[in-house]
Design a protein around this ligand. Structure first.
Ligand SMILES: [Zn+2]
Length: 383
């Protein structure tokens, strides 16, 4: 299982050199086409059968398959190809290497992981031994915003197991939180600022709701915490109300983000907020609020004894000479979408720092080790 480190570094460097900022972050100027083309070409050059999926113009995802001889489990090695915007990063696309680190936007989140997936496929393709199950390398669009890419890939491709290579410092991630965005609007009545007898102040109504929301947030902290990812939480991310000091605010708009644990549902989260609105309306008939869920992504969890988890943990132990830790992450990943499709899923990725920050880097030796872990995992899973 000798990883071609030179090929790995040059593949990563070329991917970092391709600007693949999610179009959401730059008013449509970002483009995932070029990186999808590069990944497709690289995988087909290694002898993989390549499919591309384009649910919306330019939003391309790539799946390369190394076909098995039949009768084994299939494994998908996953990475997303889009990144967040460069922010104030000095050289976002230069892929500069210093002291064993590669710097640039997407090195850590997560072109390093994707490069390791490609390198694992390369060593398997060149080994000459054909596994029983298919090994797939999947590079998807739009993870950083709405997961268009992975949702579409799963409509066409359904592996038995998947390894998501988001960064974990080579430990094994078994859970991450989900989230639910909920819009809350309090409804007042506009009136001249002097006419207290006519106006209903939507902003003050929202104040009552926010005070109750604050109590709910403290209550969440007292609920039983998940052993790997802790307690659920919420915050009032967006708040907008009123038009001028001299006018009673007719409407106040709030967007709440609730971070969820495995097992929590959108319906349950909305019901907690609705109960607050109902209580306030019962106490004062002039209180009016409407609630609407905007976007929900589930939490993710996999059992420690799941075969793909055991395969990754054994491979990591072999490569690193010590047993990896099992951990959870607070932030959301496509892992939940893949697991929800019935695919046994685990997360392991390289070491580094600076996801979404102005200085981002990945440790190149950890990327090489990850590639070897992935190749060994494929042998165990696909037989
Ligand atoms: Zn990521």
């Amino acid at each position: 299982m000798r990883i071609d480190a030179e090929h790995l570094t040059s593949t990563l460097s070329r991917m970092v050199g391709i600007d693949s900022v999610n179009p959401f972050f730059r008013d449509g100027a970002g483009d995932e086409r070029a990186i999808a083309g590069f990944v497709a070409e690289t995988l087909s050059g290694l002898g993989l059968r390549v499919q591309t999926f384009e649910p919306q113009p330019g939003r391309i995802s790539v799946v390369g398959t190394l076909p098995g001889r039949g009768g084994g489990r299939s494994l998908m090695l996953y990475g997303h190809m889009d990144t967040v915007g460069p922010g104030d990063m000095a050289e976002p696309f230069a892929a500069e290497v210093r002291d064993g680190r590669m710097y640039g936007r997407g090195t850590y989140d997560m072109k390093g992981g994707l490069a390791a997936c490609i390198s694992a496929a390369k060593v398997l393709a060149e080994s000459g031994t054909r596994l029983a199950g298919d090994v797939m390398v999947c590079g998807v669009a739009d993870e950083e915003v709405a997961s268009l890419g992975m949702l579409d890939v799963l409509a066409h491709v359904k592996p038995d197991a998947a390894v998501v290579t988001e960064a974990t410092e080579l430990d094994v991630c078994l859970a991450h939180k989900g989230f639910c965005w909920i819009e809350v609007e309090t409804i007042g009545r506009a009136a001249h600022g002097s006419r207290f007898d006519e106006g209903i102040d939507a902003n003050l109504m929202m104040g009552r709701f926010l005070a109750e929301l604050d109590c709910l947030e403290k209550d969440l902290r007292r609920r039983p915490a998940h052993p790997l990812i802790g307690p659920p939480s919420l915050h009032a991310g967006v708040l907008r109300g009123g038009t001028a000091p001299s006018i009673y605010a007719a409407l106040c708009h709030l967007e709440v983000e609730r971070r969820t644990l495995p097992g929590e549902t959108e319906a349950g989260v909305v019901a907690e907020l609705q109960a607050i609105a109902d209580r306030l309306a019962a106490a004062d008939p002039s209180f009016q609020a409407r609630l609407r869920p905007l976007l929900t992504r589930d939490a993710f969890e996999v059992a420690e004894d799941a075969p793909v988890v055991q395969a990754v943990a054994e491979a990591a132990t072999t490569v690193r000479g010590r047993r990896p830790a099992f951990l959870g992450h607070s932030f959301w990943m496509d892992a939940a979408i893949i697991a929800n499709a019935g695919v046994e899923t685990v997360v392991i990725g390289p070491a580094g720092a600076g996801a979404h920050a102005d200085v981002e880097w990945v440790d190149l030796e950890s990327v090489r080790q990850l590639a070897e872990i992935l190749a060994r995992t494929a042998v165990r899973v696909c037989g």
